[in-house]
Design a binder for this molecule. Structure first.
Ligand SMILES: NC(=O)c1ccc[n+]([C@@H]2O[C@H](COP(=O)([O-])OP(=O)(O)OC[C@H]3O[C@@H](n4cnc5c(N)ncnc54)[C@H](O)[C@@H]3O)[C@@H](O)[C@H]2O)c1
Length: 398
């Protein structure tokens, strides 16, 4: 059994990542003894210097209060030996053939298993291919003395993780009732509601949540491309469809559906369903096709010829008001523009090495809005622009 409140020691493997860090900070803020364990030496060093390595609301305050009190950051594996709970939150990417790389998480678990002991609760928190928890249970049963394994997926919105951890219900699943009870007890420290599922149900719930969002963006993007191709203003149609119409409340706006999760999780669930998840693959074709559509739209402003045109992309990160560039489709736009021999100016207030906004606006012949950071809401480009998000198009309607 886990010890009393004061002595619980949680080790988060992948603790300096976008999901591991907010989780570790959330637990530390509630008095749990937390060690963030990560192979990223630079992130370990940055955090030990009291700095948060990426944008995460509310993180700095918690780090300031808890660092070296009940919160420790290290790359030393052996801390796992002293843990009551070991939570794994490392990446779960897909491969070049769009299949899940299940071996990554298995390799990591195998690496740490020499430090495991039978009293520990092992929590898997990465988004995993359905069935992975059982595979890991089987491996650990054969290769270690660990018996308590839980899968408790993370559902936070990146950048706002800490705030959401305290308010979202936590899905809890486990391979035994003892593990389930301990996982519920642990998460009850940071959230008011836990929902019990079997491991397979929880794995599917997480993947279905992300795929559903990916599909929502795809339908908006398809309609945007459809209306635009026929010369209609989609944003005007969208405003009319959704105004005071309750059933359209969840209608997503068009925009680049990017980032490290939605695409790869849609492909994970497609692989699970023997690649018969036709809606998922269609969504991928639409969302991944949008950058080409936007570049074509831009080229129409220049009679189809982008050679030597200076085109600025405003917003290089994958989401607004955030510094994460992982799987950002702005970089796909950049490549497509360069292939059309345009001169690309990348600009992003979150990325210091890119062109400052004023300079980009002054130099560009045309502008593509990559992501609607708040800095762009108050400007209106004087040159031709392409804005699938609809923040500048609204000005044109009025
Ligand atoms: N980013 C999100 O918003 C989000 C939301 C919900 C779920 N998820 C899922 O969470 C998981 C992690 O995603 P992320 O965005 O935090 O990734 P990330 O790359 O930001 O973090 C992973 C961390 O794990 C570390 N790591 C890798 N191998 C390690 C090892 N052997 N030992 C210790 N540390 C190791 C890395 O250095 C990195 O700091 C993925 O499965 C993802 O799908 C992500």
């Amino acid at each position: 059994m886990m010890h009393d409140d004061k002595t619980i020691h949680l080790v988060v493997v992948g603790g300096c990542g976008h999901v591991g860090l907010p989780l570790g900070l959330a637990f530390a803020s509630k008095g749990v003894h937390v060690t963030l364990l990560d192979i990223n030496e630079q992130a370990v060093q940055t955090l030990n210097q009291g700095k948060i390595p990426f944008q995460e609301e509310g993180a700095q305050e918690i780090l300031d209060r808890h660092l070296n009190k009940n919160l420790f950051i290290t790359s030393d594996d052996t801390v796992v030996e002293n843990a009551d709970v070991v939570c794994f939150i490392t990446g779960t990417p897909i491969d070049e053939h769009l299949n899940p790389r299940i071996q990554d998480i298995i390799r990591i678990i195998r690496h740490y298993k020499k430090h495991f002991h039978p009293d520990q609760l092992i929590i898997l928190r990465s988004t995993i291919y359905p069935g992975t928890t059982r595979v890991i249970e089987n491996i650990l049963q054969k290769e270690s003395k660990v018996r308590k394994i839980a899968f408790c997926p993370e559902r936070i919105q990146e950048g706002k993780g800490i705030c959401e951890i305290f308010s979202l219900p936590q899905l809890v699943s486990a391979t035994s009732s003892e593990a389930e009870q301990e996982a519920v007890a642990l998460f009850s420290r940071i959230t008011q509601k836990t929902i019990i599922l079997s491991p397979e149900e929880a794995e599917l719930a997480k993947l279905m949540t992300n795929s559903w969002r990916y599909l929502q963006f795809a339908i908006a993007n398809q309609f945007y491309m459809m209306a635009t191709e026929f010369g209609y203003d989609f944003h005007k149609i969208f405003a009319a469809m959704t105004e005071d119409y309750p059933r359209a409340r969840s209608f997503a706006r068009p925009g680049l559906a990017a980032g490290p999760c939605l695409f790869k999780d849609t492909m994970q669930i497609a692989a699970f369903h023997k690649h018969h998840f036709h809606l998922g693959h269609s969504a991928m074709l639409v969302n991944e096709g949008l950058p080409s559509f936007l570049v074509d739209q831009m080229s129409q402003h220049f009679d189809g010829d982008l050679r030597q045109r200076k085109i600025a992309i405003l917003g290089m990160t994958f989401k607004a008001d955030n510094d994460d560039t992982r799987e950002s489709l702005s970089f796909k736009i950049k490549k497509l523009l360069e292939f059309r021999m345009a001169e690309v100016i990348s600009s992003d207030p979150w990325l210091p090495d890119t062109c400052p906004l004023e300079e980009a606006l002054a130099q560009a012949d045309g502008i593509i809005l990559g992501v609607p950071h708040k800095e762009y809401l108050t400007i209106f480009p004087q040159q031709p622009f392409v804005d699938c998000w609809g923040i500048w198009s609204k000005h044109q309607q009025n």
